[in-house]
Design a protein around this ligand. Structure first.
Ligand SMILES: NC(=O)C1=CN([C@@H]2O[C@H](COP(=O)(O)OP(=O)(O)OC[C@H]3O[C@@H](n4cnc5c(N)ncnc54)[C@H](O)[C@@H]3O)[C@@H](O)[C@H]2O)C=CC1
Ligand SMILES: CC(=O)C(C)=O
Length: 259
């Protein structure tokens, strides 16, 4: 309970990695705003936290909509009594073969994965400034933001953008006492990964599981990761032990990519 009394907001927290992060930050002592565009799953995760020792509220927001992100941060600040950490976790990952990419798919992925992070950064700055203190901004990147991933051109490029945003925001926001870092998972067992495996396997004319086996060949630690592996890294980035770190995009991918 090292961060008792602090407030964190996690987007895309209704399932998968975001859910694990919300549960972990609650365990660390944060009051947590569980944000998702799926009201039902967000409510379930908040209830899960409140049933144990934690404190959480569920908020509905589509991160691609700037006004909704600002409203969610404001609601978290008012209802939970502060604002210290934002985790811009929400993202989507449709497979995109280069020749089939359409303007619609580019807009959909960039509106959520890139603009959603920008709106989250801006909304957090506004909240930190109104409270006269700094804070921590944590963005979802990926190993796919370090190396181009096959069949994921638009997704991979969106995560390269998140890495760039993280570095620039770190430089711009340091004078305000705000640190900005990102986490870069490899293959995490979530509904997102299940769908990628299905699409990649189907495109290769193989049964489900083929895509996972292909990607997994490059995992040094020889296992896929659990959402909790990622949540542990985010717990560190949200807590005081990472105070002297900014602009970093931490690989937590079992050794798929080496810097
Ligand atoms: N699963 C994986 O292997 C990896 C995931 N990541 C990143 O981690 C983050 C979380 O991924 P997963 O948990 O696997 O995904 P997921 O698809 O299992 O869960 C994503 C959650 O975000 C929500 N969401 C999606 N679009 C939203 C929007 N516009 N506004 C609000 N909420 C929205 C969904 O409703 C869902 O609850 C993403 O940014 C993803 O790119 C990075 C590397 C690997
Ligand atoms: C989905 C993703 O970000 C991967 C495989 O790194």
């Amino acid at each position: 309970m090292s961060d008792h009394g602090k407030v964190a907001l996690v987007t895309g927290a209704g399932q998968g990695i975001g859910r694990a992060i919300a549960l972990r930050l609650a365990k660390d002592g944060f009051a947590v705003a569980v944000v998702d565009f799926n009201a039902e799953t967000a409510k379930k995760v908040a209830e899960e936290i409140n049933k144990t020792d934690g404190r959480a509220i569920a908020l509905l927001a589509d991160v691609s909509d700037r006004d909704q992100v600002f409203a969610a941060v404001e609601a978290a600040k008012n209802q939970l009594g502060g604002f210290d950490v934002i985790v811009n976790n929400a993202g989507i990952a449709p497979t995109t073969l280069i020749e089939d990419i359409t303007p619609e798919i580019v807009d959909r992925v960039y509106n959520i994965n890139v603009k959603g992070v920008i709106w989250g950064i801006q909304a957090a700055i506004k909240a930190f400034k109104s409270l006269n203190h700094g804070g921590k901004i944590i963005n979802a990147c990926s190993q796919a933001g370090h190396v181009g991933n096959p069949e994921l051109a638009i997704y991979s490029s969106s995560k390269f953008a998140v890495r760039g945003l993280t570095q620039t925001a770190a430089r711009d926001l340091a004078p305000l006492g705000i640190t900005v870092n990102a986490y870069c998972p490899g293959i995490v067992k979530t509904p997102m990964w299940e769908e990628i495996d299905h699409q990649v396997s189907k495109a290769a004319g193989k049964p489900d599981g083929y895509g996972t086996a292909e990607f997994a060949k490059s995992i040094t630690l020889k296992r896929l990761s659990e959402p909790e592996d990622v949540a542990g890294c985010v717990s560190y980035l949200a807590g005081p032990d990472s105070d002297y770190m900014t602009g970093q995009s931490l690989l937590i991918d079992g050794g798929m990519v080496f810097n």
